[in-house]
Design a protein around this ligand. Structure first.
Ligand code: AKG
Ligand code: FE2
Length: 358
């Protein structure tokens, strides 16, 4: 295992991950020096995460689509959606304009650089938070969505950056409410239940994974579950996201579908639903020839919200997780080793070998 490395060292020593893309070799801090095999995809027996076509969600097909999303959230914790409410041109445009941002000269990007994970808008290199492992092969851009965002400090170049970033985030926020309502109904809860508690915060995180000269020796994101409630992910057509198939324990590649979103359950959803909707380990592999961009909108409760198994969803098994407020959950999550589902396993009241790995 490599020594603990800080994100600032990546910036000081290498500038950005993007600047390393043209080199012959990858610096050791990025390399998986223990198990390279860990990085290889295992044949996935043809299984794929479900794709839900949301046409008819507000009409005659609602019950059927709610049921498909419920089943996917229970079996996979992941699904893709097509024919949703976010205009396809917003999706194309934001991928294009954010790529143009990363392609700007370093001094231009550094105007927005910050190490502060809570900054309302920032550019960063490497991975946020301390790492017990290798550094992630990615740079990023992150912003906190608000109804009326203060965009005065956002980049004026590339042209249309502000306009399209705002439009996209507003549209994703509306989609978030629609999904939360459907997911509530799938649990037999009032429509607004999940949205009210789990939906107020939206942080959007653009991941830029430069092409990598030793792609099978690094991770864009090491195996992790997301700590929040749900994630709404847009990816380009390069691919690289892999999801743990709980049934066969293999890694399954998430195929790229034009204008689709990948939706996944986070740890808070698993806790609240007492394990019904599952927060699943996933990872990102990078490409030897192509840069990849993805935009994740992390939907979360407020920091002070206490999340614990809902009495409405706890059956004979009793509550399976210790409750905590979301702020402390995040502190524990990022303060510990991020590896598969390690942190959520640690708050289980009754460890169930079922989800334990290795
Ligand atoms: O880039 C991706 O496909 C997924 C990124 C991810 O898992 C994350 O940012 O939490
Ligand atoms: Fe993730």
């Amino acid at each position: 295992m490599v020594a603990v490395t800080e994100v600032a060292d990546v910036r000081k020593n290498y500038g950005s991950v993007m600047q390393l893309a043209g080199e012959q070799k990858v610096p050791d801090v990025f390399k998986l020096n223990d198990k390279i095999e860990e990085c290889r995809t295992v044949a996935a027996g043809g299984r794929a995460i479900p794709v839900v076509d949301l046409s008819g969600l507000h009409g005659e097909k609602r019950a059927e689509l709610v049921e498909q999303m419920r089943a996917a959230s229970e079996e996979w914790g992941f699904f893709q959606i097509v024919n949703h409410s976010v205009p396809g041109e917003y999706m194309d445009e934001i991928l294009k304009v954010h790529t143009e941002f990363f392609e700007m000269p370093m001094e231009e990007k550094m105007k927005y650089y910050s190490d502060d994970v809570r900054a309302p808008f920032k550019y960063g290199v490497g991975q946020v938070a301390t790492s017990y492992h290798e550094q992630a092969w990615k740079d990023h851009l992150t912003l906190l969505y608000q109804e009326k965002m203060d965009t005065s400090k956002w980049p004026k170049v590339p042209a249309r950056f502000i306009e399209i970033t705002e439009a996209y985030n507003h549209a994703v926020n509306k989609l978030k409410s629609e999904l939360m309502q459907a997911l509530s109904e799938g649990l037999g809860l009032q429509s607004n239940e999940l949205n009210d508690v789990f939906g107020p915060v939206q942080r959007t995180y653009t991941n830029f994974y430069p092409k990598c000269p030793e792609a099978d020796r690094v991770f864009g994101a090491r195996p992790h579950s997301d700590p929040n409630s749900i994630t709404i992910l847009l990816q380009d057509d390069v691919g690289g996201l892999e999801v743990r198939d709980l049934k066969y324990r293999e890694w399954v590649q998430v195929k790229t579908i034009p204008h689709a979103f990948v939706i996944n359950m986070g740890d808070q959803m698993e806790v609240f639903t007492n394990g019904k909707y599952r927060s699943i380990s996933h990872r990102v592999r990078v490409n030897p020839d192509k840069n990849r961009i993805s935009i994740a909108s992390f939907i979360s409760p407020l920091p002070r919200t206490v999340v614990e198994p809902s009495p409405l969803l706890v059956g004979e098994e009793g509550p399976l997780y210790k409750g905590d407020n979301f702020r402390d959950y995040l502190l524990g999550f990022y303060g510990n080793d991020i590896n598969e589902k390690l942190y959520i396993e640690s708050i289980k009241l009754k460890p169930s070998g079922q989800l334990q790995l290795k």
